[in-house]
Design a binder for this molecule. Structure first.
Ligand SMILES: O=C(O)CCC(=O)C(=O)O
Ligand SMILES: [Fe+2]
Length: 298
């Protein structure tokens, strides 16, 4: 097997794979500067597309001034071209095409957000799958997992990041009765490692130069949760990309984040030709999707 087919085989069997590095030295420096400015603007209220402490999933309300994430980092009003440049770079696009087993010209642009540490409150997300409700019965869960092959999500750490927990292999099989017990309420776990099969993901960020931008690519319907410590700096690029072969399967999960701004020409004008083509594929999905609602409840 070649190295890339190894990567895909591992991704398909575990539901995630670690890749390092996913950033060149230049893009690491550019992105770290852009990320710092973006986190600052979000925390001081200048950038209002954010994930609010207290809201685990979209829609994020405004009830808390503290934030655990920044939404829409490619938005033209943010004026940070480094984000779209990286999202459409050879390294990212080729890695995603390898993992999905598709050609570059099938890839659609999706979400690009950033996860940051809250500054005054610890926060956590419950065990969940991004697009399967916690009360789904076994057959519904199996059906949802069986069609979830057309996209991948990734976290690229700019600082060391050990917030995320996953259950390897759980992207393919419904929860066991015991796993259901740990993932059926809105409450985050007291100890994530109480979940049968759980592991903690530890991504090296800038501290070890040879690991710059360590990344986990994961199937977003793998069973996962996360804990956020307000004293641990976090700036983790959080993005996803899909293949047009998925048709509308990814529409709800992607469009629930509110992507009207991506349809505007002034966003398109910030992209190179590859980016424009990827965006065009997303817009086609959006046009055919209609009303999508939300994947999970808060
Ligand atoms: O913080 C993380 O790494 C995970 C975020 C997550 O699971 C989500 O936004 O659904
Ligand atoms: Fe999630």
């Amino acid at each position: 097997m070649t190295e890339t087919s190894n990567l895909k085989a591992l991704y398909d069997s575990q539901g995630y794979v670690l890749v390092s590095p996913l950033l060149s030295t230049t893009s690491f420096a550019e992105l770290q500067i852009a990320a710092g400015r973006t986190a600052y603007r979000t925390r001081n209220g200048q950038w209002q597309h954010r994930r609010t402490v207290g809201s685990q999933f979209p829609p994020y309300d405004e009830s808390n001034p503290d934030s655990w994430g920044v939404q829409h980092v490619m938005h033209p009003d943010l004026h940070e071209p480094a984000f779209a440049k990286w999202y459409t770079s050879d390294l990212v696009v080729n890695t995603v095409a390898t993992l999905l087993g598709c050609e570059e010209d099938e890839l659609q642009m999706e979400l690009f957000n950033m996860l940051i540490n809250p500054t005054s409150h610890n926060f956590a997300l419950r065990w969940h799958r991004d697009d399967v409700r916690e009360d789904a019965i076994e057959e519904e869960e199996r059906e949802a997992l069986d069609k979830w092959h057309y996209g991948t999500q990734w976290n690229t750490a700019l600082y060391r990041d050990s917030c995320l927990y996953v259950v390897p292999g759980s992207h393919k099989v419904p929860r066991t009765p015991e796993q259901r017990v740990h993932s059926s309420t809105p409450d985050p776990p007291a100890n994530p490692l109480d979940m049968p099969g759980a592991i903690r993901v530890d991504l090296k960020g800038k501290h070890l130069p040879s690991y710059t931008g360590e990344t986990i690519f994961y199937n977003s319907n793998i069973l996962h949760c996360a804990t956020y410590d307000s004293t641990q700096p976090r700036a983790t690029l959080h993005a996803c990309m899909g293949s047009v072969k998925g048709g509308s399967t990814r529409a709800r999960n992607i469009l629930q984040h509110g992507l009207d701004w991506m349809v505007e020409d002034r966003f398109k004008e910030t992209l190179d030709d590859r980016g424009k083509a990827m965006l065009e594929r997303l817009i086609r999905m959006k046009e055919s999707a209609g009303e999508v609602g939300y994947s999970l409840s808060n």
